[in-house]
Design a protein around this ligand. Structure first.
Ligand SMILES: C[S@@+](CC[C@H](N)C(=O)[O-])C[C@H]1O[C@@H](n2cnc3c(N)ncnc32)[C@H](O)[C@@H]1O
Length: 362
């Protein structure tokens, strides 16, 4: 189809161009966010304790005078994108009467305050600062070559875990980002307490450095919790009474428990490897046990556009990192029944809009 410059086609051309350019330039919104996090702008506004003017913000950030207009332009985009808002306050520089504009935090930037219990700045930086972004420049070569490697494997010759294990800074950034994201789970736990009630023991498979398990342990101190992850991940973790760390390989075997938790683990792997993990989970529980999966369920029919777009982005992340995938309900169901489980129940977790909780029974 070609466009001519008249009538409805003109309007279509206008909207098509806006759509195309918006997605071509989307990375600038991401990079402006990265700059705001690196400069700790949310903390500065928070610590200021009241709306902050541009010149107050520039001085708190110790910017040279030549960069005040740069800050103004960044703040304009970030405000447009919902990270900050503007209000008016009486003039701050001693002048009588009159008002000037000042910035305040919005709910998304409140999630960037480092002193708050729920701070997602490390999670966002885990994404925005990673070498992963550069690897996308090789995506055409990867898509056209005939092999089953992920983009990351194709570019680096190593899988994600090998890359992380060979780069201590990246490994720490990854663990910090996972730990930050788990903070949201603390709130979610209030909504799904019933899932853990009555358990005597729980194994958090791929539980990282144990943030999720610590929240469960706080809420249910009587449950004997094991965090099971790769030996190098748990090597420096110390447990407490009823909370221990075990290193191993979930593709080999998994410690036994009343319930096995798999939080954001299965989306890392293709269906064949998920079947292996789930079979090992099934062997680790009794007939009365269960597997608790916390992961994304793609639901284009019921989710709004923004949420679906985010879930589909996550799907490409998992695909390019390690040939993993986010799954629709039918795909979850297939995995569950092919493993030999008899039943399952999916519950959305409203506070983690992105995640669903899937209880799977032998
Ligand atoms: C995406 S992270 C999820 C971490 C944690 N469950 C959470 O929600 O924050 C996946 C975890 O699986 C672990 N993992 C990868 N391969 C593993 C294996 N073969 N055996 C045990 N854990 C493994 C990783 O070390 C990592 O901590």
């Amino acid at each position: 189809m070609t466009f001519s410059a008249n009538g409805s086609e003109e309007s279509e051309l206008y909207h098509a161009q806006i759509h195309l350019y918006k997605y071509a330039y989307n990375f600038l919104s991401s990079m402006a966010l990265k700059s705001a996090i690196e400069l700790d702008i949310a903390d500065v506004i928070h610590n200021h304790g009241k709306p902050i003017t541009l010149s107050e913000l520039a001085s708190a950030l110790k910017l040279p005078p030549s960069k005040v207009t740069v800050l103004n332009r960044f703040m304009r985009l970030l405000t447009h994108n919902g990270f900050f808002a503007k209000t008016t306050i009486p003039f701050q520089n001693g002048k009588e009467g009159g008002e000037e504009e000042a910035y305040i935090l919005t709910p998304p930037s409140k999630l960037l305050i480092r002193s708050e219990p729920i701070c997602l700045a490390p999670y966002a930086m885990g994404v925005l600062k990673s070498s992963y972004i550069e690897r996308w420049h090789h995506s055409k070569k990867w898509i056209t070559e005939d092999n089953e490697l992920s983009l990351v494997e194709s570019v680096t010759g190593k899988n994600v875990w090998e890359n992380l294990n060979g780069d201590p800074d990246a490994l720490i950034r990854f663990q910090e980002s996972m730990a930050a994201d788990s903070q949201i789970f603390k709130l979610a736990l209030k909504e799904c307490k019933h899932v853990f009630e009555g358990l005597g023991s729980l194994v958090d498979v791929g539980g990282g450095t144990g943030e999720t398990t610590r929240f469960i342990h706080e809420a249910f101190p009587h449950i004997k919790c094991i965090v099971f992850d790769q030996p190098q991940v748990v090597a420096n973790c110390t447990g407490t009474q009823n909370l221990s760390f075990v290193g191993g390989d979930m593709f080999e075997s998994i410690p036994s428990g009343d319930a096995i938790l798999l939080k954001r683990v299965l989306h890392d792997w293709n269906d064949d490897l998920c079947l292996k993990i789930l079979k090992n989970c099934k062997e680790a529980i009794s007939d009365k046990g269960k597997v608790i999966i916390i992961d994304i369920k793609i639901d284009e029919e019921n989710d709004d556009r923004e949420l679906t777009e985010l879930k589909l982005n996550f799907d490409l992340v998992m695909l390019t990192l390690m040939n993993g995938k986010e799954r629709v309900k039918k795909e979850w169901e297939k995995l569950i029944y092919e493993t030999g489980f008899s039943n399952y129940k999916i519950t959305p977790i409203p506070v983690c809009g992105l995640m669903s909780l899937i209880e799977v029974y032998p």
